[in-house]
Design a protein around this ligand. Structure first.
Ligand SMILES: NC(=O)c1ccc[n+]([C@@H]2O[C@H](COP(=O)([O-])OP(=O)(O)OC[C@H]3O[C@@H](n4cnc5c(N)ncnc54)[C@H](OP(=O)(O)O)[C@@H]3O)[C@@H](O)[C@H]2O)c1
Length: 331
């Protein structure tokens, strides 16, 4: 537990963000755009930078921008993100990009006196054999999933960097660990997508092609906890506004599904009537990653998005994307 106090605690919680300079990194991505949507009625001064305007790997550019703009609150979301295939084939890119981006943002936040930062890590930072449901204390207690080790190590470095700045400088920097995310703006690329987007795309394509079966990677037994991005955006704002006592918070709904259950649910949403076939030549990944989210639940946060309705809206998002960009999805 860490004692860093929140100098931002508001007298009127509904006005907490009003007039504040809030920097959302990675605001064009799936979670970043959910965060921007969630600020529609907050009257905050949102600071948004695209990769073209500010490549977060560039230390000089980041320092210069933060010095000029002086964000008070930072939601650090921008990162190189991808599914198992991307992680297995591009480990150097995941490690380099994420460590550079985090190092620059965290160090600049300290140098130019940001009041609080919420950094997004990932559940793959936990050991593959962590006791379920996984508590925050499980971090760094065992070996990681080999398929996503580079990405996991980069995110562990981010969590530890926030911790180190808290300890050495008293910086109010905290980290969140979400489970698998889904929602509008997801990446449907055939090789680079995460579990929900990947299964949605393959099911949709099987339906369009009139196939009698569609293929799911792995044997269907691993279990995954899902969180809609709107719920994570809400949780991150709750943590920004709260007088947080810890430096690390799991944020999940507290239940998971086997991949087979998830594939069946998605097939129903898509309206695919054929068989689900499992490609056991593809890796399963970690068998279970259910988070213990007691810390954030004790602050009053609860997920609000109904899962089936959330999956339905993801499918509508995929249909819209395919209608405007052909069948390519987002690269
Ligand atoms: N998706 C999941 O299931 C999941 C699960 C756990 C944790 N997370 C974490 O949640 C966060 C958001 O994930 P997401 O799924 O929303 O990812 P995403 O859609 O790929 O968005 C990532 C954003 O980061 C930006 N970015 C990446 N490198 C950058 C750089 N060098 N300079 C400036 N901007 C850069 C991207 O900009 P461009 O658009 O220009 O590429 C993009 O806007 C990430 O930190 C991720 O690790 C995601």
């Amino acid at each position: 537990m860490s004692e860093t106090k929140n100098s931002l605690v508001a007298e009127r919680p509904d006005q907490f963000f009003a007039g504040r300079k809030v920097w959302i990194t990675g605001h064009r991505g799936m979670l970043g755009s959910a965060m921007v949507r969630s600020f529609a009625n907050e009257n905050a001064e949102l600071l948004l930078t695209s990769r073209q305007e500010l490549d977060l790997r560039n230390q000089h550019a980041v320092f210069e921008w933060v010095e000029r703009n002086r964000p008070e609150m930072i939601f650090h979301i921008g990162a190189k993100v991808g599914g198992i295939h991307a992680n297995a084939t591009l480990p150097a890119d995941f490690l380099y990009d994420n460590i550079m981006v985090q190092t620059n943002v965290i160090n600049a936040a300290h140098r130019f006196s940001a009041k609080k930062m919420v950094f997004v890590a990932s559940n793959c930072t936990y050991p593959t054999k962590a006791e379920q449901p996984i508590k925050e204390e499980a971090l760094l207690t065992g070996p990681l999933d080999q398929n996503i080790r580079a990405y996991a190590v980069s995110k562990i470095a981010g969590i530890e960097m926030c911790r180190a700045y808290r300890k050495q400088h008293g910086s109010n920097f905290i980290s969140v660990i979400p489970p698998n995310l889904y929602g509008p703006g997801d990446n449907y690329h055939p090789q680079h997508s995460h579990v929900v987007a990947g299964i949605l795309r393959r099911t949709h394509e099987a339906k369009l092609a009139g196939k009698t079966e569609f293929v799911v990677w792995g044997d269907g037994t691993p279990r995954r906890e899902l969180l809609h991005v709107d719920d994570l955006a809400d949780a991150m704002k709750c943590l920004m506004a709260a007088d947080t006592q810890y430096d690390l918070y799991n944020v999940g709904p507290g239940f998971d599904h086997s991949i087979a259950e998830l594939a069946t649910m998605i097939a129903e949403v898509v309206g695919f009537k054929g068989d689900i076939v499992y490609d056991t030549s593809k890796p399963n990944g970690t068998m279970a990653k259910l988070l213990d989210s007691s810390r954030i639940l004790s602050l009053g946060w609860r997920p609000k998005v109904d899962e089936r309705r959330g999956l339905q809206s993801s499918y509508e998002d995929l249909l819209k994307l395919f209608a405007t960009s052909g069948q390519d999805g987002r690269l």
